[in-house]
Design a protein around this ligand. Structure first.
Ligand code: BTN
Length: 252
């Protein structure tokens, strides 16, 4: 049960059967000004949210959780957590699967197994601070036993990839430990260290990609992750740094 989950010092956990969204619950909890970092988990979400205003289908059987993190940095620094949390999720997934599976990160914070999306991360902030957020909410979904058939990207789940019977709470236990590890690395070694670790595990560096923005489609070669976390691409008209968008890999 949730009581058996071991938490690092200074962290709490609230587990629910059903929520609208663990990110929304984290926001409500933020209004109560908790003094600890808080994990929120739900077995099911009735209004799960994805990036860019999309829906995250959240039926029982997968992991849905959010970390409400008491921030002590500015917004620019906090956005680095996108890559810190992607590395944490990547390790959790890689540890559950056979070593021959390719578990890679995809900008900004997806995790792919053999090219298919098995996890999504949605970062939000809460609290009044305009430039310095009081709280950062790191919402994480991992497909343990199901995945949507109709989605923007091809998807899969860990059961289908050879790790059956994985329950949400044991998966959460691994995630809690992994995110604590990567957040400590980040605080001790800085973003450039995280950036390099992320790039080592990223899909498609040096390859042609397509980035879809609301009113534009950019074709170019993925060359680097910029110091701000933007995606650096080499296009016909020069180098561009993309702050937000949907990345697609050109068919092989
Ligand atoms: C994406 O890839 O579009 C991000 C998906 C994030 C989904 C998780 S599930 C737990 C948390 N609560 C939400 O409503 N969304 C995030």
């Amino acid at each position: 049960t949730a009581k058996d989950i071991q938490l690092p010092e200074g962290y709490g956990l609230q587990a629910f059967d059903v929520l609208d969204s663990t990110n929304e619950e984290a926001k409500r909890l933020a209004a109560e000004k908790p003094t600890q970092h808080l994990w929120v988990q739900a077995d099911q979400q009735s209004a799960g949210k994805g990036r860019r205003g999309r829906e995250w289908i959240s039926e029982r059987g997968n992991l849905f959780c959010s970390l409400l993190w008491k921030a002590d940095c500015d917004l620019k620094t906090a956005s680095q957590l996108s890559f810190v949390s992607a590395l944490a999720v990547r390790d959790v997934i890689a540890d559950f699967l056979q070593a021959d599976r390719r578990v890679l990160c995809k900008w900004p914070n997806d995790v792919l197994v053999d090219g298919k999306k098995v996890s999504g991360i949605l970062l939000e902030t809460a609290g009044e601070g305009l430039t310095d957020p009081e709280y950062v909410i790191i919402g994480i979904g991992i497909n343990l036993s199901r995945h949507p058939e109709e989605a923007l990207y091809p998807a899969s789940n860990l059961a289908e990839l050879g790790c059956p019977d994985l329950e949400p709470l044991p998966a959460l236990q691994s995630l809690v430990a992994s995110l604590d590890y990567w957040m400590t690395e980040w605080r001790q070694k800085g973003f450039d260290y995280i950036r390099r670790r992320w790039l080592e595990r990223a899909k498609g560096q040096g390859e042609q990609i397509i980035i879809r923005l609301p009113d534009e489609e950019i074709h170019g070669r993925f060359i680097d992750l910029d110091v701000t976390g933007g995606l650096k691409v080499e296009t016909e008209s020069g180098i561009r740094v993309i702050a937000a968008g949907d990345v697609f890999f050109a068919p092989a």
